[in-house]
Ligand binder design. Structure first.
Ligand code: FEO
Length: 396
């Protein structure tokens, strides 16, 4: 199934409805995804991006529904990650005379992935390729989100194809943003940003200013995942500008694991303290919650509270993947605190507080440790901790 998204610009991508884990098993994709590839017909024919390798035959069929793939003059690989470049090998088999257009850094990453001696052309920001009536203009976007990432812009029709940027893991029958559920669309767009782009927020902000300064008219933003922004396309650029600022809501996320419910009861008592001060919160049981969904909530919230009983002189292991994300994603403008039960050695509180500090998240108030099961006094201390965190949030 293909779709002409603008005159002589055809979506020849694939919807992967069944995908539930992406990047191996790293990222949850509750709504599947799409791998978007765009076929541009002019005097010269260009394909912008391909699809993930298992779908390469479908891509070839889709191209064939519009033209003979052998007619392709250019194949632009905006980014070498195989959900977009995975179909290059198949496309180049059918289009051996095509030139593979890559960013400077893409030259080494595409070669590093495929080890093929294709006819490459590397481009830098501002380079143009004339297709006939219209041109392709290239804008390097290093670390959005790989060193090789690049945006491609089609003049005349004013279509920006920014690869992963502005995308969403969202499989739909519709191709355009004005034809889908807006809540679902923004849930997926934010989850994508929070889990993938957060550490590059400073670069996102800079790149947005750079693109806007080019003064290029943008009638459509066609990312490599999800729907195409056609209705008020710059709305997602404005959202990215907001998200890049990482200005949190006055809310809290409490993440814990528990063996015999003691640390859970502490989490809930902390919630009571937050609620008493009017600060909304959400509690996540790390062992049974989707890590990426939790991270999305962390992105939104001002405070991150972590709880674990002491287990083998450390933490319950289910906490560690989220702790790794807290570190790796380099969240800004947060505050934190810790809590947990223990039986004898009691290291978990200090480990959690140190981890928060290592993540650049200052401690709002000293944490609470409860021996064995928390008693009434312990739970009062937890409620007080919730109030102190709330005061930090409301005062900041
Ligand atoms: Fe960076 Fe959608 O791959």
């Amino acid at each position: 199934m293909t779709a002409e998204i603008a005159k002589n610009v055809h979506w020849v991508g694939v919807a992967d409805w069944a995908l539930r884990k992406f990047h191996g098993h790293e990222l949850s994709t509750h709504r599947g995804t799409t791998y978007n590839a765009y076929l541009i017909l002019d005097e010269k024919k260009a394909l912008v991006d391909t699809v993930w390798t298992p779908f390469q035959d479908q891509l070839i069929e889709n191209i064939r529904a519009v033209i003979n793939p052998a007619e392709l003059d250019y194949v632009v690989a905006n980014h070498s990650e195989i959900d977009h470049a995975g179909g290059l090998d198949a496309v180049l088999r059918y289009a051996p005379k095509a030139t593979v257009v890559v960013s400077k850094r893409g030259m080494s990453s595409v070669k590093g992935h495929f080890h093929k001696d294709w006819n490459f052309k590397s481009v830098v920001t501002g380079d143009r390729i004339r297709l006939g009536r219209n041109e392709l203009v290239f804008v390097e976007a290093p670390m959005l989100h790989w060193p090789d990432s690049m945006f491609t812009y089609l003049t005349g029709l004013n279509v920006l194809m920014p690869n992963d940027a502005f995308g969403q893991h969202y499989a739909t029958s519709a191709r355009f943003n004005d034809h889908v559920d807006q809540t679902a669309l923004y849930e997926e767009a934010l989850k994508y940003y929070a889990n993938i782009l957060t550490p590059f927020s400073a670069l996102v902000a800079k790149k947005i200013e750079e693109i806007l300064a080019l003064g290029l008219p943008v009638d459509m933003i066609a990312p490599s995942h999800g729907v195409i922004w056609r209705d008020n396309p710059l709305q997602i650029v404005e959202k990215y500008r907001d998200w890049a600022a990482q200005t949190p809501q006055k809310s809290t996320v409490i993440i814990y694991d528990t063996m015999w419910e003691g640390t859970r009861r502490m989490a809930e008592a902390i919630g009571d303290g937050l609620a008493a001060k009017g600060v909304p919160y959400r509690i996540f049981h790390a062992a049974t919650s989707d890590r990426n969904d939790v991270i999305t909530e962390v992105f939104k919230a001002k405070a991150v509270l972590l709880g674990s009983p002491t287990f083998n002189k450390g933490l319950l292991p289910t906490l560690w993947p989220i702790l790794a994300d807290l570190k790796g994603l380099s969240f800004k403008n947060k505050t934190g605190a810790a809590f947990g039960t223990y039986g004898w050695s009691g290291e978990s509180l200090a480990i959690l507080e140190k981890h928060l500090q290592d993540c650049g998240i200052p401690i709002a108030a000293p944490g609470v440790r409860a021996m064995w099961q928390p008693g009434g006094e312990d739970l009062q201390k937890c409620a007080r901790l919730g109030e102190q965190v709330a005061e930090t949030i409301l005062g900041g």
